[in-house]
Design a binder for this molecule. Structure first.
Ligand code: MG
Length: 270
């Protein structure tokens, strides 16, 4: 090594050391010293969560602040999806209502955004058919248009009835299979407890944040904060089109199997 190279290398190191020293001095002088954390600093007192009387565990009676969407007596909270000015045509009897095949989907008169929903559904004991043609209905978490437009949480007889996993009971149709098959056999009642966060859109209509959903099927978590990719499609890929508050919709599927029944539907807006 000649003397010139030796000098330039050491000069560079000296400048580097000086720079590092200057940086550390600046940090020491400018950065505020973090305060010592105390337990109180991470306590949140306001707002105080409101007290609500919960319903019974066995019958899942609605909590005191729920909107009852079906009380066992009438479908007056529901309308025909084909013509929302007309009443729902499905059949009410014995504290339940049953799909009237061919009359089309039904939807809530009220529109919702984020919510907790409880719904009970029953595949009849005499169900026939197989795959998607065995007790097919669906809970559209938000109806975004006519027909089957929206985000469908599948309702199907998935008791000993194999179909594609992302189309069985508890799937977000063609997007997310359920984590487990928690199905009860035909003739028994199933429950869905759903926590739904609607998608949000920017002013130009583009997606800001996708819909998310958590679902319990008979008390078992089968969708855990699942991100919905857009409207559920029988054919094609999901996508989002901007919308606001939307009705909740139940499916009159075109399959020829015996129709499903529903009872005890309530919702709490979040
Ligand atoms: Mg369906």
């Amino acid at each position: 090594m000649n003397i010139q190279n030796f000098f330039s290398q050491h000069t560079a190191l000296a400048f580097l050391a000086l720079g590092t020293l200057t940086y550390h001095n600046a940090m020491a002088q400018d950065a505020p010293k973090p305060p010592k954390m105390t337990p109180e600093m991470t306590e949140v007192w306001e707002p105080e969560p409101k007290v609500v009387t919960p319903g019974g565990i066995n019958n899942m009676a609605p909590p005191a602040d729920a909107i009852v969407l079906f009380d066992g007596k009438s479908l007056d909270k529901w309308a025909s999806s084909n013509d929302p000015n007309k009443p729902a045509q499905w059949t009410v009897a014995n504290g339940t209502f049953t799909v009237k095949k061919g009359t089309g989907n039904i939807q809530t008169k009220q529109a919702f955004q984020d919510y907790q929903l409880h719904l009970e559904w029953q595949v009849p004991a005499n169900i026939t058919g197989q795959g998607q043609s065995r007790g097919n209905s669906g809970l559209f978490l938000a109806s975004t248009g006519g027909g089957d437009a929206g985000y469908e949480l599948q309702i199907l007889d998935s008791y000993n009835n194999r179909t594609y996993s992302n189309g069985q009971a508890g799937s977000i149709y063609k997007q997310h299979p359920p984590l487990l098959n928690a199905m009860r056999k035909p003739g028994e009642w199933n429950s869905y407890d759903v926590i739904f966060t609607a998608p949000r859109f920017k002013e130009d209509g583009s997606l800001f944040s996708p819909a998310r959903v958590t679902v319990l099927h008979n008390g078992v978590v089968i969708q855990n904060d699942t991100e919905i990719r857009g409207t559920t499609q029988y054919i094609g890929l999901p996508g989002y089109t901007a919308h606001g508050k939307s009705p909740i919709k139940l499916q009159d599927h075109g399959d020829p199997s015996e129709p499903l029944s529903f009872r005890n539907i309530w919702i709490r807006e979040l």
